[in-house]
Design a protein around this ligand. Structure first.
Ligand code: NAI
Length: 334
């Protein structure tokens, strides 16, 4: 069977890591009809829109997307493409598994780090409701709803049950934001009661950051509101080798978009040295999502084998291979 999948290569190193990932997927033998659409700065130059309607038309048809990073101007200009995409398609789960790759040298390489982040993806301070009250005073609204909190908690616990995970940590700052984070916590507790086999705990976000750095091995599944999830998930990426490594998925009821969590890396774009591991690992999740479990496992094994050998790694993870050489090594393993 041929799968129809939307490809959004993105900006900067996006097209380079997307090309490498497509070659790896092709080598698994899975047949894909790619529907390529642009979003981000390139799309803006060509169509005047950072998120053209063609992106939604395609995703509404295919229901599955593979996405490279897109550039977003900081402190000015258009709203984030990622935030807009997640909101409009109601991709309410941001799923980020964080696991050590064999042989990769990190400060934490001897610890058994294997955790999964469930970040709420549609509200919180990312609701984009900001205004200037009077010159020099700006308000940003933090929106937390019972509906969104319950469904992220439900997804996290269902995953934990399915994957036989033992522990769930809800991360919050309800000591200060008693109403908003308080509601988030109450929803997590309500869902936790339906999953008695999973140990449930709560941790304040600042303490969580310290514990993640001092004892990362104690964590299993974490569930967080949007902003803490954004920050904590990058922190956890740093534990296992950085943003060039970890995969991500944005999941909704009907649609899923798999993406590398790093940015468009303008400093190295076009040099042929970007690390495609993050997007390849996102493709591992995507293949499993579309029912190609065997290909998913084989691609995961190939990535882990190339890291274990350590001969064809890119510069960001201590090697000196170019994107192409790394990709060839993956294809050889497949
Ligand atoms: P960045 O992730 O692009 O770069 C941070 C550092 O990590 C740079 O030194 C870069 O060279 C390196 N890096 C990132 N990915 C790499 C890879 N695959 N291989 C090798 N090195 C890699 O973050 P930055 O500089 O904060 O953002 C640049 C642009 O990307 C901004 O416009 C930002 O808005 C956008 N961005 C987009 C995201 C997305 O589309 N999901 C996520 C984060 C940022």
């Amino acid at each position: 069977m041929t799968h129809a999948i939307t490809l959004i290569p993105g900006d900067g190193i996006g097209p380079e890591v997307a090309d490498a990932t497509l070659r790896a997927i092709e080598a698994t033998g899975v047949l894909v009809e790619w529907d390529r659409v642009d979003a981000g700065l390139k799309a803006e130059q060509e169509t005047g829109h950072v998120l053209p309607e063609a992106v939604f038309t395609s995703l509404e048809r295919t229901r599955v997307g593979l996405k490279g990073p897109v550039g977003t101007p900081i402190g000015k200009g258009h709203a984030s493409v990622n935030v807009a995409l997640r909101k409009r398609l109601d991709l309410f789960v941001n799923f980020r598994p964080v696991k050590m790759l064999p042989g990769l040298k990190t400060r934490f390489q001897d610890l058994p780090i294997d955790m999964v982040i469930f970040r709420e993806n549609t509200e919180d301070l990312y609701s984009g409701i900001e205004h200037e009250v009077v010159p020099g005073v700006v308000e940003s609204l933090k929106v937390i709803t019972r509906t969104a909190s319950l469904r992220i908690a439900q997804s996290a616990f269902e995953f934990a049950r399915r994957e036989e995970r033992r522990k769930m940590t809800a991360v919050h700052k309800a000591n200060i934001m008693k109403m908003s984070d308080g509601l988030f916590l109450r929803c997590c507790r309500e869902v936790a009661a339906q999953f008695p086999e999973i140990e449930y705990g709560e941790m304040i976000v600042d303490n969580t950051c310290m514990q993640l750095v001092m004892r990362p091995e104690i964590f299993d599944v974490l569930v967080l509101p949007n902003l803490y999830g954004d920050i904590v998930s990058d922190l956890t990426a740093g534990l296992v080798g950085g943003l060039g490594i970890v995969p991500g998925a944005n999941l909704g009821e009907t649609t899923a978009v798999f993406e590398a969590v790093h940015g468009s890396a303008p400093d190295i774009a076009g040099k042929g040295i970007a690390n495609p591991t993050a997007l390849m690992q996102s493709a591992v999740l995507m293949l499993s999502h579309i029912g190609e479990r065997d290909a998913s496992k084989r691609l995961q094994k190939a990535v882990r084998a190339v890291y274990a050998e350590g001969k064809h790694l890119t510069g960001d993870v201590g090697g000196n291979a170019r994107t192409d050489e790394f990709t060839e090594a993956i294809i050889d393993k497949l």
